[in-house]
Design a protein around this ligand. Structure first.
Ligand code: ADP
Ligand code: MG
Length: 735
């Protein structure tokens, strides 16, 4: 039906229509295959140039190509683009439910006359009987299914309507060639696509998913994540970057924090009104903003070539998403730093989100999530891990980009694990290859549960054979055996482990197997002061901390005040971490407000400045990570209400605060240096004598802690009374 094309003719068409001087990757062989009327299956990473694989053959074939695509916006873009390539107005059309009757008539006329080379159809519209009848009567060159992973429940974007495509295409005529395209490369999804589209015989074209210019790094997510991100961005000033967050709220917060710190950042999420969204997206594209903080709503169709970093404030739901999102960095082949912050708590949050969904969907979601955990915790080449996930072999010794991740730059020591691996593989075999990783770990560690009991595994010799090693060790060994290809994970049963042929061969004749233990981030998560762990582990400078305490004592003695009213310990610790050398910088330290910084700060910043100079400390010039004072509105409200002498209970109620939390807010206010006069309230609850007793106590006390005070008074005062009085005390004496 089609005439044969030579390579020269194809190149001429490429130049003619698209203005490109050469094909990208596998485009040429794909196009030849399509033109030859064979089914094709194209797997290329995002940005690989998939569209051209059907656009070009459609333009030079007789008849109309039908393009199925899930997103109306993307279809519109493509149609506009194609129209811009040609003088023929009707060269491409969209057929969907939003068209008017007149428009539909025009589309049909253009298709019938053969003018239209590409007809974009949403899967829903394709199921409509009238459309099927119409298409049945026209010449169709081929059908392209873009984003073909939507057909699989195992992809990250399952669309049930995609499941009907095969039946419909059959009704359109016998021998219409099909081309399926996707950027999702997991073997399971691929298999699903081929089966559901009924194109098992298709020629498969798979491009490598390796992005050698991307650097992958995972850091533990601690309480200092705001500071960590701000520092990273400041160290990359002027470069374009995307920061992904799971929630809209977090997007807003983080964008604000960055703005306060002088970074040109803008938020982007689906909750913004469309105008703002378009404006913010344009600002990023036009480089009026350097950084966009966004939910995953951002990025579809974004093709900024010089994005220099992609940060994940939260881990994504699957490796596919991670790959897609990080893939937006370094499109031009230049630097692309992919930094993700990982905390197991976040994974648990994601698990909870899923708990309302149907069971099968949950199982799939959890299985995908477990791979994210494995990726974060692994200590092997991250590139090898990702590519293995996508069914691709990668040798990190010789492969391109082999040293481009944190694990390869800072490798952990390897040790021999041959015997342990033999035990592990034996455990998998002896439990009849029916267990998932978690359960196999239980077997190795000798942990009984109902399942293990019912299978009588606890009576076997292998049960507990590895109790000398912690669970994390066995989990790491399983993950490394998977990547080494000795074990496989059965996706259909949500992750049951099986021995591969190579695994069996290993058991017959065991050889050396070097492993590294995985990262353990869980411990780091609870740390408050670890800031850039994984790097130098920035913990407060203990020498400076002692000096600062000494300084506090000197001043306290001079003023005849207890030290804690000057600065509290956490504030000193934070100073010993951040090295503030101006009053302004000091006012950004934990628990130190403007007032306090001005009143007591001078001698402290001088001390720090001298210390920094003498010890030649390289003070990161970007250290001052200002917080947005997210509840500063609340604080202001409290200060004003107390000024007006409103009953404390009313103030708390007006803000929906429990008394306990309300007191905490007031404490934060006075400790950071602002006066709060609550005398009018204390008069009602404490008589003069009691107040005097409490005053004397705090003047003499070594610390301002409530515990010791309660003890000292032996039940004379309630905790709330002590805390309320303490607010007055700090406010009166210190501020
Ligand atoms: P995918 O669908 O695989 O994510 P696209 O089809 O959107 O990728 O193409 C990505 C980018 O590559 C587009 O900007 C496109 O113009 C460009 N591109 C495609 N083919 C070529 C080529 N042969 N030469 C130069 N640029 C190309
Ligand atoms: Mg595409």
């Amino acid at each position: 039906m089609n005439k044969e094309y030579s390579k020269e003719e194809l190149s001429a068409a490429l130049k003619n229509y698209f203005g490109f001087s050469g094909f990208k990757g596998l485009q040429e062989p794909v196009i030849m295959n399509v033109l030859a009327g064979r089914d094709s299956f194209v797997i290329m990473p995002t940005g690989g140039g998939k569209s051209l694989c059907y656009q070009l053959p459609a333009l030079i074939s007789s008849g109309t190509a039908i393009v199925v695509s899930p997103l109306i916006a993307l279809m519109k873009n493509q149609v506009d683009f194609l129209k811009s390539l040609s003088e023929t107005e009707g060269i491409a059309h969209v057929l969907n439910s939003s068209l008017t009757k007149a428009e539909i008539k025009q589309v049909r006329a253009d298709v019938r006359s053969g003018v239209t080379k590409l007809l974009y159809v949403a899967p829903e519209s394709l199921t409509k009987e009238e459309n099927i009848e119409f298409l049945n009567r026209v010449t169709i060159s081929f059908v392209a299914i873009d984003e073909a992973h939507c057909i699989s429940e195992w992809g990250h974007d399952f669309r049930p309507e995609y499941r009907n495509l095969r039946k419909i295409i059959q009704r359109l005529g016998g021998e219409i060639p099909i081309i399926g395209l996707t950027a999702t490369a997991t073997p399971k999804v691929q298999e699903d696509i081929l089966k559901n589209l009924g194109i098992q015989e298709a020629t498969t074209f798979k491009a490598s998913f390796n992005r050698p210019n991307l650097y992958y790094e995972i850091r533990p997510k601690t309480k200092s994540v705001d500071a960590d991100i701000t520092r990273f961005v400041k160290n990359n000033e002027g470069k374009s970057g995307i920061i992904y967050c799971l929630s809209r709220k977090r997007v807003e917060e983080l964008a604000q924090t960055l703005q306060v710190n002088g970074i040109r950042a803008i938020p982007y999420h689906a909750g913004l009104d469309p105008k703002t969204r378009v404006k913010n997206q344009d600002m990023f594209l036009m480089e009026d903003a350097d950084v966009v903080v966004a939910t995953i709503a951002f990025g579809m169709g974004i093709d900024k070539p010089d994005v220099r970093f992609v940060i994940h404030n939260d881990m994504p739901k699957s490796i596919e998403s991670y790959y897609q999102e990080t893939g937006r960095a370094g499109r031009d082949g230049g630097e692309g730093h992919c930094l993700a912050f990982y905390s197991y708590k976040d994974i648990e949050k994601l698990e909870k989100f899923m708990s309302g969904k149907p069971v099968a969907e949950q199982e799939i979601g959890l299985a995908l999530l477990q791979d994210v955990v494995a990726f974060a915790e692994t200590s092997i080449s991250r590139r090898k891990f990702i590519l293995h996930y996508f069914g691709e072999e990668f040798d990190n010794e010789t492969g391109e980009g082999g040293d481009m991740d944190d694990n390869m730059r800072h490798p952990k020591k390897k040790h021999e694990a041959k015997d342990q691996l033999v035990d592990l593989l034996n455990a998998v075999v002896q439990t009849h290859q029916k267990y998932k990783a978690k359960e196999v770990v239980h077997v190795m560690r000798g942990k009984v549960n109902a399942l293990i009991k019912s299978h009588k595994i606890d009576a076997m010799a292998i049960f507990g054979a590895g109790s000398d090693q912690p669970s994390e060790y066995w989990m790491a060994l399983i993950r490394q055996a998977l990547v080494a290809g000795l074990l496989t994970k059965d996706i259909e049963t949500y992750g049951v482990l099986k021995l591969s042929d190579a695994g069996h061969a290993f058991l017959e004749a065991p050889t050396s197997f070097l492993m590294t233990e995985d990262h353990r981030y869980k411990e780091a998560n609870d740390d408050v002061v670890v800031s850039t762990a994984g790097q130098v582990g920035a913990v407060a400078d203990q020498t400076l901390f002692k000096l600062l305490k000494g300084q506090r004592k000197t001043i306290a003695d001079k003023l005849g005040l207890p030290p804690f009213v000057i600065f509290q310990d956490p504030s000193l610790e934070d100073m010993a971490l951040k090295y503030p050398i101006t009053i302004e910088e000091l006012s950004n330290v934990h628990g130190v407000g403007d007032g306090k910084a001005k009143k007591y700060g001078a001698s402290f910043v001088t001390l720090i400045e001298n210390y920094v100079t003498e010890n030649q400390i390289l003070r990161p010039d970007d250290f001052v990570v200002k917080s947005t004072g997210s509840n500063s509105a609340l604080k202001l409200y409290i200060i004003q209400s107390v000024d007006r002498k409103l009953p404390l209970i009313d103030i708390a109620q007006a803000k929906g605060l429990a008394m306990e939390d309300f007191i905490k807010e007031m404490e934060a206010i006075v400790y950071s240096g602002t006066k709060l006069n609550i005398d009018y309230y204390l008069e009602d609850i404490l008589d003069e004598d009691s107040q005097e007793e409490l005053h004397d106590y705090f003047m003499e006390a070594k610390s301002d802690q409530v515990g010791p005070a309660l003890e000292a008074f032996d039940g004379d005062f309630e905790e709330e009374e002590i805390r309320l009085y303490r607010i007055k005390f700090i406010s009166d004496v210190a501020n």
